[in-house]
Design a protein around this ligand. Structure first.
Ligand code: TXA
Ligand code: MG
Length: 330
């Protein structure tokens, strides 16, 4: 399949925009992960997203906009700080939660008085948004609770013929979901960490509230076991990985390892890059590949405890939450 380039506001993009205008749902690349996009102002279209994902109706979806003018179309009482953050980081992997305008459907916000807005940087998403002219509601293009897709092939694995149009924009550059900053309360706070890290946001916004996002039930990513592979997964230090793999093998169980840098000698699995950007870029594809091998357990090497790995630690904690595998046993 041909990978789309921005220069061709190609027949593929035109066909996708026409489908969106008819109220259909389209798979769309963004720089973070692929989205399942639909006209944000059409209740039928947004309802279809929820059906396809199997997502509970009280979980809000992000509205993707072409540029900062979307803040005024879909937001209300938009704080100056939202405009500053949009000016600094849009288009890019940052979602801003602000109070919503009456134009925003209840279905989009899960009935809340706020809306999440993001202007994505991927050239194909930008071309679609420019041609469509309105906002696109788009959650990650995975079934509820699954790992987010970072290629067009992943979206097809998730939905097959149920989503006939998937625009192929290649592998997502960032690889994990956007950072979500809530600007609707008294103090700005991060609801979901992303590769646009706290330090860079605080350079514009000043200190952010550090209250845990896990207390915020309406952020579906805040559910403990979100972003989970099907294979039971656990984290551990590099030293324990091979030992655990052999211990499981002695019981006739197959474990695969997700390592950082070089694969430990004798271990079987995938090794991701040692820099956080490279690791995030490859993480979800690696989890899918390891899952597809149908192993009994997935052993994940713990990542560094530094701020630049925060978003990755968050996703790994969710991938391993509630899997029944503890860190030291089997
Ligand atoms: O990178 C991303 O953000 C990707 C791409 C496709 O843009 N989208 C994405 O969407 O991750 P989704 O629906 O899988 O996750 C969006 C998160 C959810 O956890 C949702 O609860 C939260 O954003 N969210 C959306 N609107 C919100 C609001 N008004 N208040 C609080 N959380 C909100
Ligand atoms: Mg998601």
């Amino acid at each position: 399949m041909r990978q789309l380039r921005p220069a061709d506001v190609s027949p593929e993009i035109a066909a996708a925009v026409a489908a969106l205008a008819r109220g259909e749902v389209v798979g769309m690349p963004t720089e973070t992960v692929y989205g399942l996009a639909a006209d944000a102002e059409s209740p039928e279209a947004v309802r279809r997203i929820f059906e396809l994902k199997g997502r509970p109706a009280d979980h809000p979806v992000i509205v993707h906009v072409a540029d900062a003018s979307g803040l005024d179309r879909y937001g209300r009482d938009v704080p100056e700080l939202a405009r500053q953050l949009a000016a600094a980081f849009w288009p890019g992997p940052l979602t801003l939660v602000v109070r919503r305008s009456p134009r925003v459907l209840d279905l989009v916000t899960g009935g809340q008085d706020t809306v999440g807005l993001r202007s994505p940087a991927h050239p194909v998403a930008r071309a679609v948004l420019a041609a469509f002219g309105r906002g696109l509601a788009a959650p990650s293009a995975n079934r509820f609770g699954h790992v987010s897709p970072t290629s067009a092939a992943h979206v097809r694995e998730e939905f097959g013929a149920r989503v006939p149009i998937v625009l192929d924009g290649g592998e997502c550059r960032v690889g994990i979901e956007s950072t979500i900053v809530d600007l609707s309360g008294a103090q700005p706070r991060i609801l979901r960490p992303g590769m646009l890290d706290r330090e860079r946001i605080e350079a514009v916004a000043g200190p952010l509230d550090t209250a845990s996002a896990r207390d915020a039930p309406r952020v579906s990513g805040a559910l403990e076991s979100h972003y989970a592979p099907d294979t039971p997964a656990a984290m551990g230090s590099r030293a324990t990985l091979v030992e655990r793999q052999s211990r499981l093998a002695a019981r006739g169980l197959i474990a695969r390892i997700l390592a950082i840098g070089a694969m430990p000698a004798g271990a079987h699995g995938i090794a991701l890059p040692t820099d956080p950007e490279g690791y995030a870029h490859g993480l979800y594809a690696a989890l899918r590949t390891l899952d597809a091998l149908g192993a009994d357990a997935l052993l994940i090497e713990a990542v560094p405890d530094t701020p630049d790995w925060e978003a990755i630690r968050d996703r790994l904690a969710r991938a391993t939450a509630g899997s029944g595998l503890d860190c030291y046993g089997t």
